[in-house]
Design a protein around this ligand. Sequence first.
Ligand SMILES: NC(=O)c1ccc[n+]([C@@H]2O[C@H](COP(=O)([O-])OP(=O)(O)OC[C@H]3O[C@@H](n4cnc5c(N)ncnc54)[C@H](OP(=O)(O)O)[C@@H]3O)[C@@H](O)[C@H]2O)c1
Length: 130
Amino acid sequence: MVMVARGAEALEAAAAALRAESGLPAGTQVQAVAADITTVEGRERVFAVRRDWDIVVTNAGGPPPGDFREWDRDAWIKAVDANMLTPIELIKATVDGMAARGFGRIVNITSSAVKAPIDIWACPTARAAA
Ligand SMILES: NC(=O)c1ccc[n+]([C@@H]2O[C@H](COP(=O)([O-])OP(=O)(O)OC[C@H]3O[C@@H](n4cnc5c(N)ncnc54)[C@H](OP(=O)(O)O)[C@@H]3O)[C@@H](O)[C@H]2O)c1
């Protein structure tokens, strides 16, 4: 498996923790690629490791918690890029191979806030980040 984040130090620590897990299937290799997955260059660095992934999980953080009326265009574009356009690019790059091999899973992790607003003051995680 390959794990991706921009911050190399935390990423490498997370990969090391995973490698130390005894529950991984035998032979599982955990690789860490520090890259900005929203960029063409970043995705190329990830796909340089391997291209024919059977499982793709997207999990970039969402937009900052707050009142949507206060977010400017740049904040919206960054959120759409990280949480929609980049997952689409990753799906485009992997789905045909999955179909050809007869197996594939794409898991796009997102927030319940895509369906209904969250009262951030009632949510401890969001309140801490605000
Ligand atoms: N936290 C919660 O309580 C919660 C609850 C419900 C749903 N969710 C949803 O779960 C998803 C993840 O949220 P989270 O709170 O876990 O976010 P997070 O703590 O910010 O983690 C996001 C991960 O993605 C990496 N990342 C972000 N942007 C990236 C980029 N451009 N390129 C490569 N890696 C990138 C981050 O590492 P780097 O910053 O080092 O790149 C980090 O490892 C979101 O869709 C969120 O809405 C979160």
